[in-house]
Write a protein that binds this ligand. Structure first.
Ligand code: F0G
Length: 470
């Protein structure tokens, strides 16, 4: 049994608002540098927030990856690390937690999500095959392409429209999958790459019905489904909230059912699982697992640690359990929505409905006068830092990279700047400050100019590209 009928703390007390199911025991001081210093820091960073020093940042909303606050139980677990090279006890705790909550048979730990993506792509993609997915993710698609695969987007059209209020904007369009099967043949499709929630679409969820129908379609054609489970518990929250028949199920039960429609998963444990580092690849097929388990020793480490320290596996095992608690998730998503509601009330264009892990500012609507080739979302992230020391991330044309065949920019419909909320880290008052900063930048939007790219690295350019002001 994965928990009883969800009853949150708020319901027990007869009130409906969310509050964090924890109190703060240790704090980390913040610092704000002057506007002149921020101007210098931004120029030195080539207008790329990835190249700023963390010490020069006030509120860090770059990512929710590895930036979560661990609980006292997780920190206690860190002291129980069994740093044996082989067969660490913490590996078995992690394996048991993954099996209990995600329900897959076999576990291969990796240093983080992209380690798992690399291994899965190497064992499951043959050169020239197609991989279809519900919108690309940067590292996932790159590993599929480096393995010789060709990525095809099969997400529903609504996902590309920041204003569409579809409740499950991350859903796969089954007609697009069928069309690809008809066109290239199922044998030329490596697998279906299903991400929940969909990061690049704004943290948008996938419904249980969609996963179930997808399973049926893929069964007909012998196509495997591999889940990107990075934020699958956040996805479960939206199913519980929005999908008929799931209101009285726990997040843990919803997660188990969802995963049961897939053949395995890659995981960046730095998100949902409340850890600072770690990841895994889980598989149900024994033969495929043997291949993964063999390849992990080439790239990551022995198959019972895969690049993680024993203590990190312990913190992760505990984090998996904490992340599956309904109260935790209600407060987590509640905080993201609080920020979204403030911005929406002030008429600031964001992706709606608000998703799981972040608020995505619609940079096209924010700066209609800046053409996409002058990087409006990158510009907005730079302006926000300059105004208030808040660090956001570009999720638009820079992140989309170049077309592997033609070499031209990929030009995504969504040109977004992401305010990503780390879990259990900032307070509601911090969210107020963030909203005020976005409003200040919005008020100066008419005089803001775009950027030009001055340096472009070959892979995942958004991490290291440099820009200059136009
Ligand atoms: N899949 C998704 C959906 C992700 O969001 C990420 C990372 C990964 C895979 C890769 O995992 O970083 O552990 O190697 N996303 C981070 C972000 C970097 O900021 O969205 P990783």
């Amino acid at each position: 049994m994965l928990g009883a009928t969800p009853q949150t703390m708020g319901q027990q007390l007869g009130r409906r608002s969310w509050a964090e199911p924890w109190k703060i025991k240790m704090v980390e001081p913040l610092r704000v540098i002057t506007r002149d210093e921020r101007e210098r820091a931004l120029r030195a960073a080539g207008y790329n927030t990835f190249l700023l020093k963390s010490d020069d940042v006030y509120i860090d909303l770059l990512t929710d990856s590895g930036t979560n606050a661990m609980s006292d139980r997780q920190w206690a677990g860190m002291l129980l690390g069994d740093e044996a090279y082989a067969g660490s006890r913490n590996f078995y705790h992690l394996e048991a937690a993954m099996q209990k909550y995600y329900g897959y048979k076999y576990l291969t730990p990796t240093h983080q999500g992209r380690g798992a993506e690399h291994i899965l792509s190497q064992i499951a993609v043959k050169p020239g095959q197609f991989v279809c997915g519900n919108m690309y993710f940067t590292t996932t698609r790159l590993h599929q392409e480096l393995a010789g695969g060709m990525f095809t987007d099969v997400i529903i059209d609504e996902a590309h429209d920041p204003a569409s209020l579809h409740p499950f904007k991350g859903n796969v369009d089954l007609r697009k999958v069928q069309a690809l099967i008809d066109q290239v043949g199922a044998q030329n499709i490596a697998y279906l790459s299903l991400a929940v929630t969909v990061n690049m679409a704004g943290g948008q969820p996938v419904s249980m019905a969609n996963a179930r129908e997808l399973r049926a379609l893929c069964n007909q054609h012998g196509i495997k489904i591999f889940l990107d489970a990075t934020r699958a518990l956040e996805n479960a929250f939206f199913i519980q909230e929005r999908e008929a028949g799931y209101q009285n199920k726990t997040l843990a039960e919803i997660l188990r059912e969802f995963c049961s429609y897939t053949d395995g998963a890659t995981m960046s444990a730095k998100k949902d699982s409340l850890a600072n580092i770690g990841g895994w690849l889980a598989l149900n097929d024994e033969e495929l697992f043997q291949e993964a388990s063999n390849l992990v020793v080439v790239y990551e480490g022995l198959h019972t640690y895969g690049g993680m320290a024993g203590r990190d596996m312990e913190a992760l095992a505990i984090g998996i359990e904490e992340s599956a608690q309904d109260d935790h998730m209600r407060a987590r998503i509640g905080q993201v929505r609080y920020l979204g509601d403030l911005l929406t009330d002030w008429g600031i264009p964001i992706v709606l409905p608000v998703g799981g892990h972040a608020i995505f500012l619609d940079a096209r609507a924010f700066y209609p006068h800046i053409p996409q080739d002058e990087f409006p979302a990158q510009t907005l992230a730079a302006e926000l830092y300059l105004d208030s020391g808040i660090r956001a991330m570009e999720r638009g044309i820079v992140s989309a990279g170049r077309n592997a065949q033609t070499g031209d920019h990929n030009r995504p419909k969504l040109e977004l700047t992401r305010l990503t909320i780390p879990r259990r880290v900032y307070t509601q008052a911090h969210m107020d400050v963030v909203a005020e900063a976005v409003k200040a930048v919005y008020e100066h939007r008419a005089t803001t100019r775009g950027l030009k790219m001055a340096f472009e690295p070959k892979y995942l350019r958004f991490f290291q590209a440099r820009f200059e002001r136009l």
